[in-house]
Design a protein around this ligand. Sequence first.
Ligand code: MIC
Ligand code: SF4
Length: 645
Amino acid sequence: MGLTLTHKILESHLVSGKLIPGEEIAIKIDQTLTQDATGTMAYLEFEAIGIDRVKTEVSVSYVDHNILQTDFRNADDHKFLLSVAKRYGIWFSKPGNGICHQVHLERFAKPGKTLLGSDSHTPTAGGCGMIAIGAGGLDVAMAMAGKPFYLKMPKIVGVYLYGKLQPWVSARDIALYLLSKLTVKGGLGKVLEYFGPGTKTLTVPERGTLCNLGTEMGATTSIFPSDEITLSWLKAQDRVEDFVELKPDEDAKYDEIIEIDLSKIEPLCACPSSPDNVKRVTEEAGKPVAQVIIGSCANSSLKDLLIVSKVLERYKVHPDVSFEINPGSLQVLENLLALSGLKNILKGGTRIHQCGCLGCIGMGQAPPTNSISLRTFTRNFPGRSGTIPDFVYLVSPETAVASAIKGVITDPRELGDYPEIILPEKFIINDSLLVPPLPEEEAKKVEIVRGPNIVPLPHFDPLPEDLKGVFLLKVGDNITTDHIMPAGAKILPLRSNLPAISEYVYRNVDPEFSNKALEVKNKGLAVGIVGGENYGQGSSREHAALAPRYLGVRIKLAKSFARIHRSNLINFGILPLVFENKDDYNKIEPGDTFIIKNIRKALLEGEKKVKITIKGKEEIPAILELSQRERNCILAGSLLNLAKE
Ligand code: MIC
Ligand code: SF4
């Protein structure tokens, strides 16, 4: 039976386990990436593991999320990250060089290799034929230390593309179409492997857009074959030696197949406030927009900006609209300049920002009250923009620019002929903001610079024999890590200071949560949280597990969990319990007490179920769906404790 491309790469990296869906496997990791917002913690954890130099082929530390230096803290964090990179043999991408995923695609992504990144959109590199997975910082730290990465073997969904996109329709619209079919949880436990003749119509950054947005469907990762399109991308990046041809076998057996006729896709938009709330642009057309932003790791490549430039050669931005561009990378910006694309953009009435994540993670660019903001970003979770309530739509660059000139949501096909876009055969390459790793002897002499904002990790105690506590909070389905641990300009600078950031846990859901939790913790009791389906979707930020753990959270009882958040909970000794009967969700109210007797024993003995006694009387069965390794981690109190044991 033929193999899928995913099987081929996983097999060549397999350390333990069998490639059977649902089984735990361990794979060797060739490359890692971190970004600043997750990186400070990841490197503190790497230091705690105590390795002298990274053991990977390539590790890169990007600074792209928090590049707003409002005080010493952020600047200090950047110095810390640079010194860590120099000390341990890591590439350092300076602030301004661009968004990690865009730069990685340009300078490091390598077909056939594995990449683990402490950012949920790491799968973007799947556009270059690699298995690229998002994970918590601690998992990435372990990978840098040469340890394998553990995951449940996903199902492989073959996404068969045929036909060709119509003018003004782009990769974003394909992703939105898939989101409308799969929803934000349809990709859980799955890899989306693209194949078929339609793949030949998409460039590597367009493939990257699709792989990037697979994250919003909950997919473990997404991947494209490595073919002549990949070769021309690597040639353009002066990295032809990194090319290897890779494809699935002709008779590859997929667990599921989705067929998409590209010629049938229309311009689509994700309406407020979920990436799967997808409608046709024509259905929303005519609504006034106040802000339009082109940017993020999903859609800020050279082609995305060239299309904007071509449109602005003919039209001007509407006076009521703030039209903003956050270029994906320095390379994108420099090539745009060389192709005279920047001139039209500036003349057309655009506000240009530096290369980075910026408003995508709420670092500025908050929209005005009660007004629509159109963005080519990845997520429109409620409040993520910084304005509450917000009305954020996710759209393609084509729809974004059409709406910016008309001042209302506009189907880009109204703009007439589609301009011709020719991408350079060779990009101008400028690595001046990339600092290469130091040779080993020199690296050993580097001192790590720690500002006062870098607070060492506290010790996490092992799991007690019985867990006795209070359910402080009950939330619904699809709770995001942005609900649990919000980001934005006020909170992001605290990512390396656990006590300080913990005060903001669930701040927008229950402003008193952290105080109440500490009160319970100080009485020697555990804190519990009740959730619905797909609990913890969205980002990879381990702070959404670490900070609750600091506040005394020891169990989360939900209908189902998102992959990365579930792993982060386990890494920090929080039990992810799943309702056996989903209706039992209705039996628990905030403030209810709980007891789980002999939980240590249950974990040690491999029990698959536990009974939770609620309010001292009623018993609720919960599923302990954990591998032996995961059980050991929870028993030890954290993966770090386990590693030290
Ligand atoms: C995001 O898009 O939510 C982020 C910010 O990139 C996160 C990482 C983080 O919270 O630092 C992600 O996607 O993993
Ligand atoms: Fe940055 Fe946004 Fe991409 Fe996250 S989704 S990496 S915040 S651009």
